[in-house]
Ligand binder design. Sequence first.
Ligand SMILES: [Zn+2]
Ligand SMILES: [Zn+2]
Length: 254
Amino acid sequence: MELKVLGCHGGETPKHRTSSFLINDHLALDAGAITSQLSLGEQQQIKAVAVSHAHLDHIRDLAPLVDNRCQQGGPGLEILGTAATLKELKRHFFNDRLWPDFSKIETAGAPTITYRTLRPEKPTQVAGLTLKPVQVDHTIDTAAFVVSDDQGSIAYSGDTGPTERLWQVLNETPDLRALLMEVSFPNEQTKLAIESGHHTPRTLAKDLKKLKQADLPILLFHIKPVFEAKVEQQLAKIKKHHLTVMNLGDQFLF
Ligand SMILES: [Zn+2]
Ligand SMILES: [Zn+2]
């Protein structure tokens, strides 16, 4: 499985892009930074986007991606999410007000977008991969994803604060190769982190104790640009785990 980092920050500047990761060029996990990072040809290779939750920093590039796709003449793009996430997208985003309802606009004789509802912990096949959503703890309905092929699995946390079920599922995933995990605020902002459903290095270290596979590579994302230096300093003090802060343009093979 090949993973490309298109966006891995909790905010935006010319050097920071919001969350988006591309697997095998065909499946995007979240859409915080797709059209700003990929050529038209690369965009057209994306078959599906799995959306962890409906916050703007995870869905924003669906708008230009779908618009481009419509004009490119297909193929249609599939958007996957839990029932709650898809409801928000239909009601507040592709609602014919903020942006057109592209599920009613055809390209090459088929809807430009189709929706697929994910049910928690029910695996589904998409773009040659198996995708399993797991509910995590954020301010709105949010799913982590376990993505698998015949070589192994990786997990993507979405946005989450301290959580329980995800760790249980990961402990029951013997072929797990890596976890993409959020951390957003420094320890000094713990109150804000808890209120907004995010991690600090300290709450992350505490949650990681629930993971049995202590040597699992943990790939970190969603650091707020304003607090980047501070969060990285604090992460460097966590020695028990293999923590790596992801950078734009990073590529990983699992
Ligand atoms: Zn969020
Ligand atoms: Zn976010």
